[in-house]
Design a binder for this molecule. Structure first.
Ligand SMILES: C[S@@+](CC[C@H](N)C(=O)[O-])C[C@H]1O[C@@H](n2cnc3c(N)ncnc32)[C@H](O)[C@@H]1O
Length: 277
């Protein structure tokens, strides 16, 4: 599958339900202070890191770009009194997020099908842009960050966390490890990884002032063991949702990701950047 013909919306439509079983309610990596912690506590901790990087306060309007099934959006609305618009290209994600939010009786949180790289929302209409582990799925990273900056009011802030590349990968190595990259593409979509410095560069190029850059690679590594546990636990259900090949791809990808995490190729990071008042 090439980057050109890959459709992230179709990918997420296909995997959203299985991801809920494998990754948990929050569709992202966890931040662990000890490998014994439960996965849900660690995924919750990553959201907590985003909350603190976002400097939330009641009444702010937040754009959640790549909202998944809306668990972080519901949490920030209920715990911090913010109003949230969650956007994703996946209609399955929108339906799940909307149903869960209605079932929980939460107001002030809505979801719309929109593309984070061309969101069509009015200029300066949000106080915060929140991008939790969705940027790697958007090929035009500069467009994503430009759109976030455009919709922010002066004095607003963007917080973004995601899988990152931590070193240059020479072409010869890319070729040598092409089977590993093909497995990751099949499992997670045609993601491309940027360094934290590249993310900071995108933000600065559109006038944002980057004031936090945090590498979370070590703290996120135990996530892979937790996903090994959830994949063993939910094997049959996941196979019924994404097929045996999809399941096997996920399981194999865990070893590949662990290798990349441990050898310093890939990792996890967070940046926060303010729009000058
Ligand atoms: C790994 S999930 C993260 C979900 C959520 N932020 C969470 O932490 O629970 C990635 C999300 O990004 C969404 N996504 C992928 N490409 C997108 C795009 N171009 N615009 C908006 N959302 C996108 C996917 O549909 C999915 O909801």
């Amino acid at each position: 599958m090439t980057q050109e013909n890959y459709d992230p919306a179709a990918h997420y439509d296909r995997v959203t339900e299985a991801w809920g079983l494998l990754l948990g309610e929050e569709l992202h990596w966890g931040v662990f202070s000890s490998p014994d912690e439960p996965l849900a506590q660690a995924t919750n901790e990553l959201t907590t890191r985003m909350i603190s990087a976002s400097r939330l306060s009641p009444g702010l309007r937040v754009l959640d770009v790549g909202c998944g099934s809306g668990t972080p959006a519901r949490r920030i609305a209920t715990e911090h009194g913010v109003e949230v618009l969650g956007i994703t290209t996946s209609q399955v994600g929108i339906d799940a997020a909307t149903a869960k939010t209605a079932a929980a009786g939460i107001s002030g949180v809505t979801f719309e099908q929109r593309d984070g790289t061309d969101n069509q929302l009015p200029d300066e209409s949000f106080d915060r842009a929140w991008v939790l582990e969705s940027s790697h799925l958007m090929p035009d990273r500069q467009a994503l960050v430009s759109e976030c900056a455009r919709v922010l009011r002066p004095g607003g802030r963007m917080a973004l966390c995601d899988i990152i590349r931590r070193r240059d990968i020479p072409f010869a190595e890319l070729r040598e490890r092409r089977e590993d990259f093909a497995v990751l593409r099949a499992g997670y979509g045609a993601a491309r990884m940027d360094t934290l410095e590249q993310y900071a560069g995108y933000a600065e190029s559109v006038g944002l002032v980057v004031d936090e850059v945090t590498d979370l690679t070590t703290e996120t590594l135990p996530t892979l063991d937790k996903w090994r546990e959830t994949s063993a636990q939910h094997r049959d259900e996941v196979i019924s949702l994404i097929g045996k090949e999809g399941y096997d791809t996920f399981v194999i990808s865990l070893d590949i990701l662990e290798g990349f995490w441990r050898d310093g190729t890939l990792g996890y990071g967070l940046i926060s950047a303010a729009k000058p008042a």
